[in-house]
Every structure is written in C-alpha cells, then in structure tokens.
Design a protein around this ligand. Structure first.
Ligand SMILES: [Ca+2]
Length: 277
C-alpha cells in the first residue's frame, strides 16, 4: 500500500511539474456522520421543515491510536461556516462527536473536515445536502467559541418599549421557549434558544420567528464556566442576511451567573413590526 501511495505522489509531482493536472491525490472520505431532523434520520438531498439538525458521527485521529489526545483538528462546516467539534474517544483511532446545528432556508451543505497538527487535510466526509423548507426568520443569532470544556451562554432580553428600563422577557438556557419561566421572566414570545451547548465551541442559536409591533431586543454573552481565556464569536442575521459579526475575548474566567463581565453586542429597535437599524 505504501508503495502505491509513493507512486501516486510521484505521478502527482510529475503532473504538477508538467502543468498537467491528470493526477490528484484524493482526501479519503472516511469521516462519517448521521443526521437527524425532528428525531428521524435523513439522507443527503432531503427537505426538512425544522431548522435544527442533530449530527453525530465518527472521525479518525491523524496521530494514530491514542485514547488521550486527538492529534489534529476536527470541524463541521455548515454552508462554509466552520465550527470546531468537541470529540470523545471511542475505540482505537476512532473518536465520536454529537452536535446540533441550525440550517438556513433553502440549500445547505454540511461536511466534516479533519486536519493533522500541521493543518494538512487528513480526511473528510462526503458532502451532505439538505434543503430547509421554512420561512426566512426576522432575527437569528449564532454563538461559537474557541475553547473546549467551557460554557459560554447566549442571552437575549426584550424590552416592550424603547423607554423601558428593565426587560420584560428573557430568552436563555433556563427559558429556551416562550412558555418557560425563569428568574422572574418568561422567554420572549415567538423566540427560541434552539440549543444550549455546555462543553465547548458551540454553536448556540437564538431564533426569533416573528417580530413584535415594537420594543427593543438586546443580546449579550455570559462566560458561565471555564478557567481559560475564551474568545466567543457571534453572527447576527436579519431575514437570512448577515448584519453583524463580532468577537470578544473573556479574560475573567467563567463564574457561573456573574453578570459583571457580560458582553452586550447587539441592540435592535423594532418599530411598526420592522427592525430599525
Ligand atoms: Ca452554553
């Protein structure tokens, strides 16, 4: 087998040197994923009506068989958006992951990519295509962060008027849906924290399905738990258009529900059922 690859590489070099791209080394499609929508397994090309997909699968350690270190980097790429995977050792050189992601309306392409420590592409999964058959929601926020074993939380307050000094609703991990109640407030009407990631990287997604007539939304992050500097990245979409992206490094480590170091990154004022920016 080694001789085969040596020949293949030699041929590829010859091909490059003669500007003849006849030979190309193909990255093995050995990373595997199973995708669930609404609890049911779907195949590539499916149309779904839920924006949340649960994706589990297997990748292989570029460093070989070790139960202690994944000697590389594994990512899930959704429509070109790269999210690092939190991995658990399975057996031999196999590691597993289980993530939720939010897709957009229309066509979505999902792929797993694994790189070695030198950032060479080691393996990938076949591309998976899924079509989202749902409306373009007025507001969606995605949170990701860059450290494993840490927990950053996405919060959104809704003030019923621009002069209100305290929020009337709060969507967060303790009130993910409008009918959940926590710390004295219900979740925001027509809004959902699609999932709460608690062990690293995210994503964590907030979706507002319908705008109120008026009021103000304020979104912020809280570093809930962790003992390292953590950089969080947020992306805000209005009707599927990216309107804001930003990053913030938390240098005061996670202290559960301490609001001292919250990062407020987005405010939207709603007038006549439209976001006024
Ligand atoms: Ca979280």
């Amino acid at each position: 087998m080694k001789k085969f690859f040596t020949i293949l590489i030699s041929l590829a070099v010859i091909g490059t040197s003669t500007s003849c791209a006849l030979f190309k080394i193909k990255v093995p499609e050995t990373a595997q994923m199973t995708i669930l929508s609404g609890g049911s397994s779907i195949t590539s090309g499916a149309t779904v009506t839920s924006r949340v997909l649960s994706i589990s699968g297997t990748v292989h350690n570029p460093g070989g068989s070790t139960a202690y270190d994944f000697e590389g980097y594994a990512y899930i790429v959704v429509n070109g958006d790269t999210l690092e995977l939190a991995l658990s050792h399975s057996t031999g050189n196999e590691w597993t992951f289980d993530h939720s992601v939010a897709i957009v309306r229309g066509s979505n392409i999902i792929v797993i990519l694994v790189y070695d420590l030198d950032h060479n592409l080691y393996e990938k999964s076949p591309d998976f295509t899924v079509y989202g058959d749902f409306p373009a929601y007025p507001l969606r926020i995605q949170l990701t962060w860059d450290t494993d074993g840490t927990d950053v939380d996405l919060h959104v307050y809704y003030y019923t008027s621009s002069t209100a000094t305290s929020p009337s609703y709060h969507t967060w991990y303790s009130a993910k849906t409008p009918d959940e109640y926590s710390d004295g407030l219900y979740g925001i009407p027509n809004a959902y924290l699609d999932f709460d990631d608690t062990d690293g990287y995210g994503p964590e997604n907030f979706t507002l399905e319908q705008l109120p007539a008026s009021g103000v939304f304020k979104a912020f992050l809280r570093y809930y738990s962790g003992d390292v500097n953590t950089t969080a990245t947020v992306k805000v979409y209005q009707s599927d258009t990216l309107v804001y992206t930003g990053s913030h490094t938390f240098t005061t480590y996670g202290n559960y529900d301490d609001p001292t170091n919250d990062w407020y990154f987005y405010t939207a004022q709603v007038v006549n059922s439209k976001i006024k920016n």
